[in-house]
Design a protein around this ligand. Structure first.
Ligand SMILES: Cc1ncc(COP(=O)(O)O)c(C=O)c1O
Length: 340
């Protein structure tokens, strides 16, 4: 039986052409900052995000951690939505390693506005931490941040002398879905991370982007965390290949997500967050069934899904073609779901 892996867009395997680019990459020692292909990727990332400088990191988690370590750090506070990845899925590293206190805010879809931040900034005193950073995630759960919210957050941050960090793990999905270039999204943040290893289909890596002074400090923290790597040109080549060949095609993933969402809606057994399907992520529930049981039934029929906070999640990706999507839709429409 063919298995369709929709657990995440991280499950994709590098294509043959990407592997060729990796095999042919020129390399050097990147801890000595001598890897020419990595230099090219970092310069490209800086240009794409409109920042002075960029640094390759092994993962999105490390990129977010370094951003908060440098811009907040011990005894400082970060304001963020409680639904954000840095809160739910990074093992509390911002507290455990950076020493930063997260102040979480419950907002629909994890989308903050300046109004949500009002009254929460602390100037610090003998018994109070100082607020240092606002962290936003775009896309969040596949949903694109309304740009006016980001403009409001940026203005709020400037008024209160705070930095804004954007976890842009899937910022290219936001670009493709909205037509707003990554550079414009990034202009609302002092620092931004984006991942090569999600929809873009590279095996490893994220880019942390910001001012030159910030990236100089980030380089030291990356080394402190054990993230200094040597002949990284093979990874950079995969990243450059992904940026050249896998950005525009994200619109295919978005189209496939719409098709699957429509089939779920048609199925009669699923309640789908249709409005939330803006990019490549679909959330749904099956009333009267535990999410784990739903995932088990889907698996029996060859569809791998994930669960998150009482919802089932499907993520379209590079390894799922249009024909695969038709097959997935047929499976979904042919299924009945019942609590056992
Ligand atoms: C929004 C978001 N940020 C950060 C990360 C972390 O990326 P990584 O798995 O490369 O550490 C993920 C991973 O899924 C993510 O979805």
């Amino acid at each position: 039986m063919r298995v369709f892996d929709l657990r995440s867009d991280t499950v994709t395997k590098p294509t043959k052409a990407m592997r060729m680019a990796m095999a042919n990459a020129e390399v050097g020692d990147d801890v000595y900052r001598e890897d020419p292909t990595m230099g090219e990727l970092e310069a490209r990332a800086a240009a794409l995000t409109g920042k002075e400088s960029a640094l390759f990191v092994p993962s999105g988690c490390m990129g977010n951690l370094i951003a908060l370590f440098v811009q907040a750090g011990r005894g400082k506070e970060v304001l963020t939505a409680s639904a954000s990845h840095i809160i739910g899925h990074e093992i509390g590293s911002l507290a455990a390693i950076a020493g930063t206190l997260p102040i979480t805010i419950d907002v629909p879809r994890g989308i903050l506005s300046a109004d949500d931040l009002a009254g929460r900034v602390k100037a610090g005193s003998y018994d109070m931490a100082t607020t240092a950073v606002i962290s936003v995630e775009n896309t969040i759960g596949g949903y694109c941040y309304p740009i006016e919210n980001l403009a409001g957050i940026k203005a709020f941050a400037e008024d209160h002398d705070l930095r804004v960090h954007m976890d842009g793990a899937r910022i290219f999905n936001a670009q493709v879905a909205t037509g707003i270039p990554v550079k414009e999204w990034a202009s609302y943040a002092d620092s931004i991370t984006f991942c090569l290893s999600k929809g873009l289909g590279a095996p490893i890596g994220s880019l942390l982007c910001g001012s030159k002074a910030f990236i100089d400090e980030a380089l030291t923290v990356r080394k402190m965390l054990g993230g200094g790597m040597r002949q990284t040109g093979i990874l950079a080549a995969a990243g450059l290949y992904a940026l050249d060949h896998h950005v525009e095609r994200l619109s295919d993933d978005h189209h496939h997500a719409q098709m699957i969402a429509q089939s779920l809606k048609k199925s009669g057994w699923a309640e789908v967050d249709m409005e939330g399907v803006q990019t490549n992520i679909i959330f749904f529930t099956v009333p009267s069934m535990e999410t784990k049981a739903v995932v088990d039934v889907l698996k029996e029929h060859g569809i791998l899904a994930n669960t998150e906070a009482n919802v089932v999640r499907l993520v379209t990706n590079l390894d799922i073609s249009y024909d695969d999507t038709l097959a997935i839709c047929a499976i979904i429409e042919g299924l009945t779901m019942e609590a056992t």
